[in-house]
Ligand binder design. Structure first.
Ligand code: SAM
Length: 233
């Protein structure tokens, strides 16, 4: 994959784009597929996500091994992503006219919501190549154009606001906060796994309730998404 690329998709219809994502998912989870679904509270935003009745187990040992080795996080819209996307629809002024970077884009939900609410330019970054394809396809399904990055250090040009939803599940990602702060005046983190500010420069500004789509049956405690902000909105 090139380090930075504009949406590289040929002119394909939605069905073929979703089939492309299904084939990627089926490399690790052969009995699942991708279907397009509307997100609650996001005014027509739709994403290609794993089917509701996806297999949860017990899975055959080889499938389990592949799922753990290469988790298809991009096939879900995580609770933090949904909660933040819904807030962007309630507060388009947070992103309108801004260059926005969605860090850890997964399905692309946050960046797509930002673009649909007036962001002047969208950059999506994920270190999983499948997630970048999912972000690109979902952007295409929602008529959003964007630039893709597979590494944050490939960023060129100024960014006004970095959004991160559900990226700190892996505590080894905490240094991304300093990296993000060095690249943009404002950084907004949405996370259902973090209960207190993850960094001295970040303040909690809000809590919202949101669950992962499709529902993963997570513990109730993960149904509260906290927003932490460095800078201003
Ligand atoms: C749990 S998913 C959240 C996806 C999306 N933001 C959402 O809310 O639905 C986390 C995503 O962050 C990506 N990620 C994890 N560490 C990363 C890193 N260091 N740089 C870029 N992306 C990263 C993963 O590949 C995955 O797609």
């Amino acid at each position: 994959m090139t380090k930075s690329a504009h949406l590289p998709l040929p002119d394909q219809d939605s069905e073929e784009l979703l089939a492309q994502l299904s084939r990627r998912l089926q490399r690790t989870l052969p009995m699942a597929h991708i279907k397009q679904r509307l997100l609650d509270g996001c005014d027509g935003l739709s994403l290609g996500l794993i089917n509701d009745d996806f297999p949860t187990g017990p899975l055959p040992a080889d499938v389990m091994r592949d799922v753990v080795a290469e988790p298809a996080y991009w096939a879900f819209c995580w609770g933090s992503g949904l909660g933040l996307a819904q807030l962007l629809y309630q507060h388009p002024e947070w992103v309108a006219g801004k260059v926005v970077l969605d860090l850890g884009s997964g399905s692309g939900v946050i960046g797509i919501a930002a673009a649909r609410n007036g962001a002047s330019m969208l950059i999506a970054c994920d270190n999983d190549p499948d997630a970048l394809v999912a972000t690109a396809i979902n952007a295409r399904l929602n008529n959003v154009s964007l630039t893709l990055l597979d590494e944050l250090n490939q960023l060129q040009g100024p960014v006004d606001l970095i959004l991160m939803a559900d990226v700190l599940y892996d505590r080894s990602n905490l240094p991304l906060l300093d990296a993000a702060c060095a690249l943009a005046p404002s950084v907004l983190v949405a996370d259902s796994r973090i209960r207190t500010s993850p960094h001295p420069d970040f303040k909690e500004i809000r809590q919202v309730a949101a669950l992962t789509t499709p529902n993963l049956g997570e513990f109730d405690e993960f149904g509260t998404v906290r927003l932490f902000l460095r800078g201003a909105l």
